[in-house]
Design a protein around this ligand. Structure first.
Ligand code: PLP
Ligand code: TYF
Length: 400
């Protein structure tokens, strides 16, 4: 019975925060989890979110159940934010959108849809990718394999490898793509490369499956960060897109996101939506309302929407500033001639440093810098004041 159950391994990302908490050293730094911190390294609730929450309280919004598909105003807002309100896929009502339990829950619903309606179809995921992708598809019993993505030699994209692996996959596979700000590498395809990726996917009758967890957080612009998804939609392809508001609105614990399925007709979208609801119903019945109202109220009010955009630009800007300062500090302090420019080329919350597991252990054991063992550091958890200390730690660990 329960006595026979063995201990589960800790989550490789969230486990880092646990270890950090237990450390009492004065210089300790948590660069593990991808969560935005202020220059004082404190969690940040957006002003626009606080404003909307007080409005909601004043209005006395009730706590009745939402429908299975979530808040209608949210579903409309989230699809329009992703595709643009004037996109033909929206105008022609070809998108089935339902509210999900943030990015993770939305990905899990999509996986359930694949398992039920595309039995045996494989999902191709990038190597490396966000660790939870594998867990999600494993638990949904969806087979997956990896395509080449990161090239350690160039600390860049292995574009040839990526294309040939997508080409070699069985026709009609799902290809999981990070919409922007690839986690963990911070390396995105260029617009020209996106076109070529779309060509191969189209040739092979694959179905693109986007994970959009950082819209607005990569460039600071919501539209620019949705360009990859819109490029695929413009080709008239069917596609899946999971969205998250954890990072761009700082709603981590509210669990607010959505799954969008772009179909070839409005009729198909209606049927797909009915099936998504059928999958959601026995899992969690209906989603939470609070985060959905926050998003719908902000996106639905031009003044609040502009406030959000300004705060997002501020957050993305702070990360760019620490990225630059870290690079400058490394260049000044390191006498080995190592090329650090990859740090400036990477985008989003993370930097993939190329530190090995042993070197990452040195970062933590000797310098009290907490990070994942794949060499990823979250720049969102770094302050300008700590850049020089971090540069010392990185240089010491690389030459260790
Ligand atoms: N996908 C990627 C690539 C992520 O980095 C994350 C984490 O932020 C998620 C999905 C899901 O996060 P959440 O479930 O908090 O929306
Ligand atoms: O990669 C990260 O750090 C974020 C946060 O199970 C995260 O995506 C990490 C692990 C997890 C959920 C979210």
């Amino acid at each position: 019975r329960f006595e026979g159950i063995t201990m589960a391994p800790p989550d490789p990302i969230l486990g880092v925060s646990e270890a950090f908490k237990a450390d009492t050293h004065g210089n300790k730094l948590n660069l593990g989890v991808g969560a935005y911190r202020t220059e004082e390294l404190q969690p940040y609730v957006l002003d626009v979110v606080k404003k909307v929450e007080s409005l909601m309280l004043e209005r006395g919004d009730n706590k009745e159940y939402l429908p299975i598909e979530g808040l209608a105003a949210f579903n409309k807002a989230t699809a329009e934010l992703l595709f643009g309100a004037n996109n033909p896929v929206i105008k022609q009502q070809r998108v089935a959108t339902i509210q999900g339990l943030s990015g993770t829950g939305s990905l899990r619903l999509a996986a359930a849809l694949i398992e039920r309606y595309f039995p045996g179809a494989k999902v191709l995921i990038s190597s490396p990718t966000w660790g939870n992708h594998k867990n999600i598809f494993n638990d949904a019993r969806v087979p997956w394999s990896e395509y080449r993505y990161y090239d350690p030699k160039t600390v860049g994209l292995d574009f040839e490898g990526m294309i040939s692996d997508i080409k070699a996959a069985p026709e009609g596979s799902f290809v999981l793509l990070h919409g922007c700000a690839h986690n963990p590498t911070g390396i995105d395809p260029t617009p020209e490369q996106w076109e070529k990726i779309a060509d191969v996917i189209q040739e092979k009758n694959h179905i693109p499956f986007f994970d959009v967890a950082y819209q607005g957080f990569a460039s600071g612009s919501l539209d620019a960060d949705a360009a990859s998804v819109r490029l695929f939609a413009a080709r008239g392809l069917e596609l899946l897109v999971a969205q998250s508001y954890s990072k761009n609105l700082g709603l981590y614990a509210e669990r607010i996101g959505a799954i969008n399925v772009v179909c070839t007709s409005a009729d198909a979208a209606t049927r797909v939506k009915s099936q998504l609801k059928r999958l959601a119903r026995p899992m969690y019945s209906n989603p939470p309302v609070h985060g959905a109202r926050i998003v719908a109220n902000i996106v639905g009010d031009p003044a609040l929407f502009n406030e959000w955009k300004a705060e997002m630009e501020m957050m993305a800007g702070r990360i760019k500033n620490v990225r630059q300062k870290l690079y400058d500090s490394l260049c000044v302090k390191d006498k080995s001639g190592k090329d650090w420019s990859f740090i400036l080329k990477q985008i989003g919350m993370f930097s993939f440093t190329g530190l090995s597991k042993v070197q990452s252990d040195n970062m933590t054991d000797k310098w009290h810098v907490y990070m994942t063992k794949d060499g990823r550091i979250s720049l969102a958890g770094l302050s300008l004041a700590k850049c020089e200390y971090l540069a010392d730690a990185i240089i010491d660990s690389f030459h260790n």
